[in-house]
Every structure is written in structure tokens, then in C-alpha cells.
Design a protein around this ligand. Sequence first.
Ligand code: CMP
Length: 382
Amino acid sequence: MTLRARIWGLLDPTSDGHAARRVRALEISLILIGIFSVSAGTVDWVSPAARAITASVTGIVAVLFLVEYLVRLWIAPENSHRHSTTEARSRLRWVVSAEGVIDLLAVIPAVAAAFGGARLGAESVSVFVLLWVLKLATHAPGVGLIARVFRNEGSSLGAATILLVIVLVSAATIARWVEREHQPEHFGNIPASLWWAVVTLTTTGYGDVVPQSALGRVIGGLVMLCGISVMALLAGILATGFAEEVRRREFVRIWELVARVPFFADVGAIAIADIVGHLRSRSYPAGTIVIYEGEVGDSMFFIVTGEVEVRIGPRTIALRDGSFFGEMALLDRKPRTADVVTVTPCTLLVLNVADFYQLAGRQPALIAAIDTEAKRRRADER
Ligand code: CMP
């Protein structure tokens, strides 16, 4: 693998490896440090010495973003989604993408500092916060998820928003009829009473405009109740959309992991789809005791990557990617027969006992294959 491909593996936002996750955490920390240092520079009571330190930190962060931009430009052709006929075109596609534009904006502080030097005051530096906070959107995990939820739920959100607008405009119009005589300055025209409607409907209630007449207050109360209902509707749509999207993503992620376990190669797609919904992935560092001999078995494990060691007395048995363990306690309903320890960092798929028994009913062939291997292991121990 080339150096460029390796660096892409680290910086690809969809990479799930330990190193890629660490790099992502580092980038987010850098953005937060940059935002903190710029913000601290705008506080009056910060001493000149501390101000000098924050200015240096801001400068370092700006330069690191510039380096990152150049690296991302270099590795852009590695992104399979932006493959083009030439490397230069692939790079251009990245430069004009939302991510590329935001990364370019984040570089402006470094360039401004190089040309503006000491003349850059705290006020102009404070613009950096805006540029860097945008960068958070492209690197923070889960932001893409929010965008996806908004796309998926577009029509429901649109309907709820239209409802909001109907309530808002009706409330503003009716409130104007009722309150116009009492407070012409606040309810004299529809745009003016819309301000009151927005503040009331969102239950913000600044208190700068308050209905004076009894009927006006009744309308105000109704608008508040409508506001709570419409907001609850919007929150409900978003919460359901999130749960759905997270479930879908987790399903695809586990499906990809399952595809790497040879044990599942002979199992049909329907059985795999059934088991995927019940598996959870877990990462363990080397040297972790995953199973203790004698404890009650509450789950079994499939090895996606890494190696574990089964310790039965003085004997050790190595199990690698594609194998599984922890099945005996579930099949025999007896305590664990051995310690199982990770030898290298491992990614495991965990199937809990309740799901194991449910699957046994629905997918007997799958459990039979596990049982056959367990029998072989028991014979091997004798
Ligand atoms: P369980 O008894 O639930 O917990 C310990 C696990 O070690 C056991 O399930 C098996 O998965 C595994 N194990 C025990 N004996 C052997 C063996 N001889 N070969 C491979 N794995 C074993």
C-alpha cells in the first residue's frame, strides 16, 4: 500500500480503525483548542502574557490547518467517491466539494496571519472562530447523520413547518385585530404582530410585547399551547428519524463485519440478515480477559479481526479471525469451561444469550453449525 493510500486510510471520515479514530479525535481537539484560544483572546481581563500565549496557540493551529489542507489535497485522488479521469480532476472535485471549501476557509487565518502579521487585531482574529467552527461540522462524527435525517424526514418536517407557519400567521393576524387599538405600536401591522407570535409560539416569552385585552390573552394562551404541540411534533419526527437512521447504519456496519467472518460464508442471506440485527460489535485491546472460567455465560463471540487465546489449565489454544468462542456455556447451559484472553487488539461481534436462544428457534442450521464445532472441541479436550 502506498504512503498516500495509508494516509487516506487515516483521514478518511468513514474509516473505523483505531488509528483513524485517534486522528479524528486529534483533529477535533485541535479545532476546539483553536476556538478556545481565539475566544480567550477576546476577553478583556486576560493578562498580556496569557494573551501572547493564546495568540501563539492560534497561530500554531492555523498553520496546522494549512498543512492538513495541503495533505488532504494530495490524498484526494484516493477517495473512491471522487475518482475522476485524472488526479488533478479528482483534486479539483475535492476542492469544490462542501468539505474542501470549508477546509479552505479554515486556512484563511493562516494566510491572513502571514500577510497581515502583527496588524491583525483581536477583532479580526475573532472571525477565525466562525471559520473553524464550520470545520467541526465536517470532521465531527455524526454530523453527516444529522444531514441524512433531515433528508430522510424532509417531507414530514416540511409538513410540520407548514403547520407552524399556518399557526404563526393566523395568530399574528388575529392578535392584530384584537390588540391593534390597545397597542398600535406593537400590533399595528402584521409584521409587527408576527414578532409577538414568534416569541409566544416558541414559548420564549421575552415579555417586551404582552396582550392587554382579555381576548388577546386567551389567544396568547392558545398560541403557546399550539407552539408546544408543534415543537413536540418536530422533536418527535427528528427523534424517530434519528433512531431509524442509527439502526440502519448499525445494520450495514455489522453486515460488513459479518461478511468478514468465514463462518457466516455458508449461511444464507436471510439467516445473516436475521443474525445481524442481534449482533453488537466490541473492540478490545490486547491482553483483555473476555471470558473467565467458571462464570455464567451470557453471550458468545465471533472474531472479526485479531487473535484470542483459550486457556484450559496449562493448555492454550489460539483462535483467529473468522472463529468463534463462548458457545459452550450457552449450548450446555453450564459455566464457562475456560479463560479466553485477547492476544492482539480484537474486534468481536457479540451475540447475547437471549438472542442466541431465539435464533436457535428461527435459524436451526446456524446453531447446528456452532454445535458441531462445539462437539469437536469437547472431543478434542478429552
Ligand atoms: P465457553 O465454555 O462458553 O467459554 C470458554 C470458551 O472457550 C468455550 O465456550 C469455547 O468457546 C472455548 N473453548 C473451550 N475449549 C476449547 C477447545 N478445545 N478449542 C477451542 N475452543 C475451546
